[in-house]
Design a protein around this ligand. Sequence first.
Ligand SMILES: *Cc1c(COP(=O)(O)O)cnc(C)c1O
Length: 367
Amino acid sequence: MTVPFVDLQLQYASLKAEILTAVEGVMESAQFVLGKTVAEFEGRFAAAHRTRFCVGVGSGTEALHILLWAMEIGNGDEVVTVPQTFIATAEAISLTGARPVFVDIDPETYTMDPERLEQAITPRTKAILPVHLYGQPAAMDVILDVAIRNGVPVIEDACQAHLAQFDGRFVGEFGLGAAFSFYPGKNLGAYGEAGAVLTNDEHLHNRMLMLRDHGQTEKYKHKVPGLNYRLDALQAAILTVKLQHLKSWTDKRRAHAAMYRSLLEGVGDIVLPAENIMATHVYHLFVIQSGHRDALRAHMQTAGIATGLHYPVPLHLQEAYAFLGYAPGDFPVSEQVAAHGLSLPMFAELRADQIEHVCDTIRSFFD
Ligand SMILES: *Cc1c(COP(=O)(O)O)cnc(C)c1O
């Protein structure tokens, strides 16, 4: 038996008729960029997270950037985030001219450690950007407390956390804005690149609408220099179809996580991912830790099981961010998870016998 890390072909096979009908609709309308198909998806995606506004853009990276840009964050400013994330979180900050300032993650939940947040805030801090890593919302209660006390807005990197909840509210409702990615492998994936920002702030919404379309307020009236960050209609049509299945896919991911948990409890030196009691984790990734990570990974590869590393080098140790002046040991929890974390196969269509095979193989490694 082989177990892929994700299987996008299997998902397509189950949706083929619906997807092709939606694609054909866009082809026949010949409206390929923005327009009513994009607006319809934006409305549905905002409603799914109980927010007022959604701005569809070309990727999760663009979503993060346009949000910071619309907030007028730039040169001389600082944005506090975590080093254990995909690099796009920090790139979006750098691209505005601002400086990423890191705080370590919590050893249990792998999200921003709110206890360390306050000491990272300076008079230059213009935003706090927690990442809902692997699909688990960061500790938004404590983070918002610290943010309010310091008068700094919070924005969310929700690129891995579609429909995740914290204290009964959806991600996207907590911050001034939240960035989502629809990269194909994400919980809600396009058939190409796509992303979106959710916000309840009308002013910010209007600024993002303008910036994503060359700073236009009406055709050929450019109020500010913007860019082309538009979402295309084919992706929006596909996402509208897939959004209808997202709740059931999310329930399946959570059920797979529960099965992994029960079969891996107490096996070898495996550390299972902890759930914050206030959070509803959507398991974009199921990441375990082992002190024998690389040997375990090779053993699983031999047994036909694909695994992933998210992420093996934390951002403060990347060459791209050497200029920030951080050193090994600065963020020990991030370094620990980078060295020991192993992402197991996780996608809605994963079968019980495949999960059993993964867990049997892990057990056989420790035997
Ligand atoms: C995927 C991802 C992004 C970037 O999204 P793209 O659509 O690939 O540009 C940003 N942050 C996190 C945490 C991600 O997982």
